[in-house]
Design a protein around this ligand. Structure first.
Ligand code: MLT
Length: 394
């Protein structure tokens, strides 16, 4: 008889955002005409910018004519988009070759798929609170997880110490869910640790475009030594509103090798076997994000989300509630008032103010007592939600 992947039996029965969606659905079934203020899952509310929409239309037209039609795309990404991404890195002073860039259909897909490159015996270090997909992808693959709890006392940015021991290391900066961002000096400590121990860092840079402080690193490859120990995974979901359009990119330097194996070559082998690439239309449109006009337009949208963050931060300041994030990240991580548990606070906000956020406990045990707001909602809803929050908690 066939044996299923029994690792699935070690997963929590359902995924965090699915749980929230179910609770929300149940509430709406009982209160059908209620407007909810959705600040739970980090899904964007603004439409794609004009430059991308024009790109989508032009690419659809290309597909209508024999001389510009594209069939299968190169598995690792269209050359024009790999070049555009490498050029984008260059504008920030990071040298990346075109064939070190791999185009994907999004960071969350890639963060799971990339585990194919590593033997199951490797342990994965996950800083918690963490994006729950890191944990679940490793549980599904039967990997041992080394949980590294973080807290308010280390700014939710723990560093390696004498006890740190793992082959794979997940770093997410700006962090989901806490919004905390590693400084160059802090990232250098992780890079040095990984090089000294032969570990590999999986660096999730999905929120890099939200960094406003000039001295904070956007890419791990800004750190000396990272090319021999890191893979960077990025996405246009939050940067350019591609949550429903789907496009991401991954950088694997050619110097990244272990045991005589080169991870860049291995990923080429993997992609050419396991995918037929991302659709031409989406890649063509994604290219527009990296033009000067595209950059101007996406930053106009990011500014709207940043204004939402300010609105929420002002409300929390008024209430005297401790929080982090918001400034260099689209998430605000707050302490639940009066020592409440995070799911209790979720229920209170939903029932008494019709606001949806994400309970900190969903990001790991040490997230208990905290709560996350996404700033990707509409400005109108965010403003009203902030007022309702103040009225409820003052
Ligand atoms: C989140 O809310 O944490 C994100 O939207 C999840 C994701 O990017 O998949």
């Amino acid at each position: 008889m066939l044996t299923p992947n029994m690792n699935y039996s070690h997963l929590k029965s359902s995924y965090l955002f699915y749980n929230i969606a179910q609770k929300t659905k149940a509430y709406l079934a009982e209160h059908p005409d209620t407007h909810l203020y959705r600040m739970g899952i980090g899904d964007v509310s603004l439409p794609l910018c004009d430059a991308v929409i024009k790109g989508l239309h032009a690419a659809a037209d290309d597909q209508s004519k024999a001389d510009s039609f594209n069939g299968y795309m190169p598995e690792c990404g269209a050359p024009f988009l790999r070049t555009a991404v490498a050029d984008y890195y260059r504008t920030r002073g990071v040298e990346v070759a075109d064939d070190e860039v791999f185009i994907s259909s999004g960071a969350s897909d890639e963060l799971g798929d990339i585990l194919d490159l590593f033997d199951r015996s490797n342990r994965s270090l996950i800083i918690e609170p963490a994006y729950p997909a890191y944990v679940d992808a490793n549980v599904m693959g039967g990997r041992e997880i080394v949980h590294l709890p973080s807290s308010r006392s280390n700014g939710f940015l723990p560093l390696p110490d004498g006890d740190t021991d793992a082959e794979l290391i997940y770093l997410c900066s700006p962090n989901n869910p806490t919004g905390a961002v590693f400084s160059r000096e802090q990232l250098k400590k992780w890079v040095d640790f990984a090089n000294a121990h032969g570990s590999v860092i999986l660096f999730d840079a999905a929120y890099e475009a939200f960094i406003e402080d000039a001295d904070l690193p956007h890419s791990i490859f800004e750190i000396e030594g990272a090319r021999t120990c890191a893979i960077e995974i990025c996405s246009l979901s939050k940067t350019a509103g591609f949550t429903g359009t789907r496009l991401g990119y991954t950088v694997i330097p050619k110097e990244l090798k272990r045991n005589g194996m080169t991870f860049n070559d291995m990923w080429v082998r993997n992609r050419t076997t396991k995918t037929n690439g991302v659709s031409y239309i989406i890649q063509r449109a994604a290219c527009e994000v990296f033009t000067p006009e595209g950059q101007r337009q996406i930053h106009e949208n990011i500014a709207v989300y940043k204004q939402n963050a300010c609105t929420l931060m002002q409300a929390l300041d008024k209430l005297g509630i401790w929080y982090t994030g918001g400034r260099n990240a689209p998430y605000i991580w707050m302490e639940c008032p009066n020592g409440m548990g995070s799911w209790d606070f979720f229920d209170k906000l939903l029932n008494e103010a019709q606001i949806i956020g994400t309970p900190g406990e969903g990001f790991g045990k040490c997230g208990e007592g905290y709560f996350r707001f996404s700033t990707f909602g509409s400005p109108e809803d965010t403003k009203t939600a902030a007022e309702r929050l103040v009225a409820l908690l003052k």
